[in-house]
Design a protein around this ligand. Structure first.
Ligand code: C2E
Ligand code: MG
Ligand code: MG
Ligand code: MG
Length: 285
């Protein structure tokens, strides 16, 4: 407990461990306990990927899938990524999780290929901390090779805030991903501190309009304008737009009118287990 107290004090930027309050120990122990549990959960195979289809504007044909992690906890039940990813992000655990997600998505592609299904790119969410890691590119290329999957069947989603931390490093990594034919998407676009100049410096393919704008699209002029502006910006920069969180026919119709190319949301499909996803991909189209 003394060590934890020191850690906490240090985290707070204080050099005096005496200021440590006992109730803080509980918080820290809980957090560390949770991290430890996540490590064990990885080893015990308690994580699963669900997949949410993305569809093309007119045909509504499935053109991609997003892999979304779920923790099937033996006693706590299903835990949402919103409840553990932020904690994992605070340590290198997020890298372990990211590697597991990449490997599982590629294993799934290889399995679906064996089953003769129509393959579409699987997008994985990668933390900024992981993206800029020295070993990230070599990890990806060795896993693609292990599973015999082409980079064209993999997409990396990263949030905007990442891009502003070390732009030169981001460019370097992304160029390497491009060379492997991997698609690069900016997730939750519009919620970061948009310095728009980075958009032209980075070899991006896709902007995903954040669901908060999509949700209010057609209801509030501001959000409608933001959606329209992002779509126009993307078109001028030769990027594809994906609207995420599309829940109604009205939203879809309005976004379509604005020229958005790809749609993801409960209105079309919810995230679903791999078996249901396979059944969808199996349907002739
Ligand atoms: P995200 O990458 O922006 O993913 C979209 C989230 O919106 C998903 O939540 C998805 O289930 C949800 N969603 C999709 N369509 C709709 C809709 O029509 N309405 C509403 N209200 N929600 C919709 P989920 O699966 O809970 O994931 C939440 C966040 O957790 C993700 O946001 C992503 O940031 C993170 N996450 C999920 N899986 C992973 C992962 O494997 N690795 C990392 N690093 N982060 C992940
Ligand atoms: Mg995402
Ligand atoms: Mg998003
Ligand atoms: Mg999000």
């Amino acid at each position: 407990q003394a060590d934890i107290a020191m850690y906490w004090a240090k985290e707070k930027g204080r050099d005096n461990a005496q200021v440590f309050a006992p109730e803080m120990a509980t918080v820290v122990v809980k957090k560390f306990g949770f991290e430890q549990e996540m490590h064990e959960a990885l080893a015990a195979g308690q994580f699963r990927l669900d997949y949410q289809p993305k569809v093309w504007m007119d045909s509504e044909r499935i053109v991609g899938l997003e892999a979304l992690i779920r923790w099937h906890h033996p006693t706590k039940g299903l835990i949402s990524p919103a409840d553990f990813i932020p904690i994992a992000e605070e340590s290198n655990l997020i890298i372990k999780i990211g590697e597991w997600v990449i490997e599982e998505a590629l294993r799934q592609q290889a399995e679906w290929r064996e089953m003769g299904l129509r393959l579409v790119p699987i997008a994985v969410n990668i933390s900024g901390r992981h993206l800029v890691l020295d070993s990230f590119v070599s990890y990806l290329s060795s896993k693609l090779e292990d599973y015999g999957v082409t980079g064209a069947l993999l997409e990396i989603e990263i949030t905007e805030s990442v891009l502003l931390q070390d732009i030169d490093r981001c460019i370097e990594v992304m160029e390497a991903l491009k060379a492997m034919d991997i698609t690069i998407s900016v997730d939750d676009f519009g919620t970061g501190y948009s310095s728009l100049s980075y958009l032209k410096r980075l070899p991006l393919d896709v902007l995903k309009i954040d669901q908060s704008f999509v949700e209010e699209c057609g209801k509030h002029t501001e959000d409608t304008t933001i959606c329209e502006t992002i779509i126009h910006l993307a078109r001028n920069l030769k990027l594809v737009t994906v609207a995420e969180g599309v829940e109604t026919a009205e939203q879809a119709a309005l976004l379509k009118q604005m020229g958005c190319l790809i749609y993801q949301g409960y209105y079309f499909y919810r995230p679903m287990p791999s078996l249901d996803t396979a059944a969808l991909l199996d349907k002739a189209d």
